[in-house]
Design a protein around this ligand. Structure first.
Ligand code: HEC
Length: 106
């Protein structure tokens, strides 16, 4: 194996990791449906809708995955289930990166 093919193989192995990092711009594009409840600036429009702005991306992503898998249920999670049903893992990472990038509510 030449150094070049070795480097290519390493890049190929790392690419899923690179993809897992959220793309803020792509997340913003997907967030139009979310702002109906979570607010245009990621601050929930009423007390029943949690703020997303400024939250840790890893937490937001894990919660989106938990809604999708059905692992997170109860309270008002039924409202979130249809929101995440069509989202890919990459979409969820992007959305998490976008909302994490917004300034937290004071
Ligand atoms: C119909 C209103 C509604 C819409 C639209 C909506 N959500 Fe939610 N979301 C909720 C409610 C209600 C909760 C609280 C659920 C609970 O109590 O478990 C929530 C919770 C969350 C949480 C967990 C927050 C935390 O602190 O644990 C995340 C993350 C989230 N929503 C992201 C999104 C994203 C991303 C979208 C767009 C794809 C979206 N939501 C669209 C109503 C909505």
């Amino acid at each position: 194996m030449t150094l070049r093919t070795l480097a290519a193989a390493v890049l190929l192995l790392l690419s899923p990791l690179a993809q897992a990092a959220g793309d803020i711009a792509a997340g913003k594009a997907k967030a139009t449906v979310c702002i109906a409840c979570h607010g245009a600036n990621g601050v929930g429009i009423s007390p029943m809708f949690p703020n997303l702005a400024g939250q840790k991306a890893a937490y937001l992503e894990s919660q989106l995955k938990a809604f999708k898998s059905g692992q997170r249920k109860g309270a008002n999670s039924a409202q979130m289930a249809p929101m995440v049903s069509t989202l890919s893992d990459q979409d969820m990472a992007n959305l998490a990166a976008y909302f994490a990038s917004l300034p937290a509510a004071k």
